[in-house]
Write a protein that binds this ligand. Structure first.
Ligand SMILES: [Zn+2]
Length: 314
């Protein structure tokens, strides 16, 4: 249902609620009816007769009736709010825009949530931020601070639309690559930009499915999103089953995004030389063309240490 249909539903709900109240408090219906009648008479008097004395008299009668109604409602612990639908957003009454035509914050929030849902980020990943990145345990602490700052700047440049960089983040499993790339993605998303975040294996499965099963139009739509979104994150590259198809699609994505100056992040536990061996030189060249390399080195798994830290806190 669109917003206007939802509004009408709420209005219907409200009307039904009042009809129910009338059964319960017949006097309320009488008063509402009388107020309605007087209002019609008032409008007619204004348009047809332009009779000021009559209008003033009507105005007084309406006010008296409304006072009665207010008292009656009060007896039942109610007020005039019953005549209003229960809007989710009282600011715009669920229209999504304000009287001056600007978008209401509730609409922007909703659009954001849709983008979040489409981004491919799990609820847990949406909690990964820079300020809860666990700094202890890295081999070079002063180094990791610098890397963190670079990532923050990178994220803000994407939001500002001034980013010329891409990021190749390397480290063994559980070294914090997912946390850091999610933190970047979350900044980009909350800046109102679009993100697609996929594990490499899922990404290539998705491409295969759309390319061969869903029809050309749908495939072009997906391809346009993969190439056109403000940030594409390919997590865990090298963990998928490598085929010619995968290599071909990876080259296509990187070349198109590089050509359009669209940032991407690749997380991998492979070195660039291994990327070259696993895929081909076109892939490693396209990465070298654009990306800043960040190496996350620590003796122990980031994930395990974070879990241990949480246990300690309890
Ligand atoms: Zn609103």
């Amino acid at each position: 249902m669109n917003r206007e249909q939802l509004r009408q539903e709420k209005q219907k709900e409200c009307d039904a609620r009042i009809a129910q109240l009338y059964d319960y408090i017949p006097r309320l219906e009488e008063l509402d009816f009388a107020i309605g009648q007087k209002n019609v008479a008032m409008i007619r008097s204004g348009i047809l007769h332009k009779n000021k004395i009559q209008q003033d008299a009507l105005q007084m009668e309406i006010e008296a009736l409304m006072k009665d109604r207010h008292q009656l409602l009060e007896q039942y612990g109610l007020d005039e709010q019953i005549y209003k639908p229960k809007w989710d957003c009282p600011i715009c009454e669920d229209r999504g825009y304000l009287s001056d035509g600007t978008l209401c914050s509730c609409y922007l929030q909703e659009r954001m949530q849709n983008i979040m849902a489409q981004s491919g980020m799990s609820a847990a990943m949406q909690q990964y931020r820079f300020d809860n990145f666990y700094l202890d345990g890295f081999d070079k602490p002063e180094d990791i601070q610098k890397k963190l700052e670079w990532c923050q700047q990178f994220a803000h440049q994407i939001v500002a639309g001034t980013c010329k960089d891409c990021l190749f983040m390397r480290g063994d499993v559980g070294r914090g690559k997912t946390h850091l790339s999610s933190a970047i993605a979350n900044v980009v998303l909350s800046g109102g930009k679009t993100v697609i975040y996929k594990r490499a294996a899922d990404l290539f499965d998705m491409i295969r499915q759309y390319k061969y099963e869903e029809g050309t139009d749908r495939w072009h739509e997906v391809l346009e999103q993969l190439i056109g979104c403000d940030l594409l994150v390919i997590d865990d590259l090298g963990a998928e089953r490598t085929t010619d198809f995968v290599t071909e699609q990876l080259v296509l994505l990187l070349e198109e995004r590089n050509y359009r100056n669209k940032p991407w992040i690749i997380n991998s536990n492979l070195k660039l030389s291994q990327i070259q061996d696993t895929y081909n030189t076109r892939v490693s060249d396209r990465i070298m063309d654009r990306a800043t390399m960040i190496l996350l080195e620590r003796k122990n798994s980031y994930r395990k240490e974070l879990a241990a830290q949480r246990m300690k806190e309890l």
